[in-house]
Design a protein around this ligand. Structure first.
Ligand SMILES: *Cc1c(COP(=O)(O)O)cnc(C)c1O
Length: 387
């Protein structure tokens, strides 16, 4: 297993294209091959070539991705998993034990909430849903010595709330807890949590990292060597690893992450302007807006504001459903972060499972994942869908 080959002076795009992407030593192939193999020939008993023994433990295509992930997040080790939730579950089993407590966002991604509330709870891990945009609420929720993790998502899904990563890192560390940041929405091109004091970055690589809606994957990135050892042990012991083809797709996606995030942000800004002027729209949620409650914090810790835009319609739930059904260029579907624009009704779709909980979302809310199509076509589609 080779070490990341990249120059610390390189810019983001250069690192994204080259880290982990060493030309193949045998053929010179510029793109790392998909090593579809479960096992490796040993040169005599125990004579492993570059440490490769069995593909649950390590596979060269996955190694290439893991080196790239570490480099683009400014970490020392990256780990690739079969999904974002597999990454989260492995992380929690690596760093928590029964009796431990977690401070958790009160508007977390629904699947993460389900993992904590319906699965990890049975294994003795308790969580307190907290308004993580409010430092005093976090201070009140933290139990020194018992709270092992403060978990953040920023911006959040679908309400686009923003938490101050540097400030929350300080609160977590003062109380002996680790700060975990789910960086799926921003991606490392727009926001680098480890630089701001986070201990672990989590990704659903299904979203912007893969970027083409053709793969499900997850990742963990850390700086601390002890934490890396724990995660490496559990990644192999639990086995929810990314396969070689999935790893290759994510690695390919990351090469264009920078240009995609810039175009997602350009298009989202124009969509926001359009929605703000539309008489059927009662509110637009986007961290790039001056009036957004998290704008100042977002401006401090993000390069731009990304491709997710949520808005509310004056005509209530029925109008929200009608808009979703009438859109044509925006495809009605769950997920986000691909090159194609998606539209969804969180209350009935992605967030249906949190109805009746503190994570419930307004019924008149629509979430857009603004893609990188020609922006005029996106605006015309929204004009038509809004009626
Ligand atoms: C999609 C998503 C996840 C879960 O990832 P999967 O790849 O679907 O398992 C976690 N966090 C956020 C913010 C997400 O959007």
């Amino acid at each position: 297993m080779t070490s990341p080959q990249h120059d610390p002076r390189w810019g983001f795009e250069t690192v994204a294209i080259h880290a982990g992407n060493e030309p193949d030593p045998t053929t010179g192939a510029v793109v790392p091959p998909i090593y579809a193999t479960s096992t490796y020939k040993q040169d005599g008993v125990g004579g492993l070539r570059n440490g490769y023994e069995y593909s649950r433990s390590a596979n060269p295509t996955r190694t290439a991705l893991e080196e790239c992930l570490a480099a683009i997040e400014g970490g020392t080790r990256g780990f690739a998993f079969a999904s974002g939730l597999a990454a989260e579950d492995t992380l929690m089993r690596s760093i928590c034990a029964p009796g431990d407590h977690v401070v958790f966002p009160d508007d977390a991604y629904g699947g993460t909430f389900r993992l904590f509330s319906k699965v990890l709870s049975h294994w003795g891990i308790e969580m307190t849903p907290t308004a993580v945009t409010d430092p005093d609420a976090i201070r009140a929720a933290v139990r020194p010595g018992v709270t092992k993790v403060v978990w953040l998502e920023t911006p959040t899904n679908p309400l686009l709330n923003v938490a101050d990563i540097a400030l929350v890192a300080q609160i977590a560390h003062e109380n002996g807890a680790l700060l975990v940041v789910d960086n799926t929405f921003a991606s490392p091109y727009l926001q680098r949590p480890l630089d701001l004091g986070a201990d672990v970055v989590v990704h659903s690589t299904t979203k912007y990292m893969g970027g083409h809606s053709d793969v499900v994957g997850g990742a963990l990135i850390v700086r601390d060597a002890g934490l890396a050892e724990k995660i490496a042990f559990h990644q192999n012991a639990i086995g929810a690893v990314a396969g070689p083809f999935d790893s290759w797709l994510v690695l390919r996606g990351i090469k264009t992450l920078g240009v995609r995030m810039d175009r997602h942000s350009d298009n989202a800004e124009k969509v926001v302007e359009f929605l703000q002027r539309h008489t059927s729209v009662s509110g637009v949620l986007y961290p790039g807006l001056d009036g957004h409650p998290g704008h100042e914090t977002a401006a401090k810790q993000m390069k731009r504001y990304g491709g997710i835009v949520s808005f509310r319609v004056a005509g209530g739930e029925q109008q929200a459903l009608d808009v979703c059904n009438r859109a044509r260029v925006f495809t009605l579907g769950e997920s986000l972060g691909g090159v194609e624009s998606l539209i969804e009704h969180p209350g009935r779709m992605t967030h249906a499972s949190v109805a009746g909980t503190p994570l419930e979302v307004p019924a008149d809310l629509i979430r857009l994942s603004v893609g990188i199509e020609t922006v005029d076509d996106l605006l015309a589609d929204l004009e038509h869908a809004l009626g």
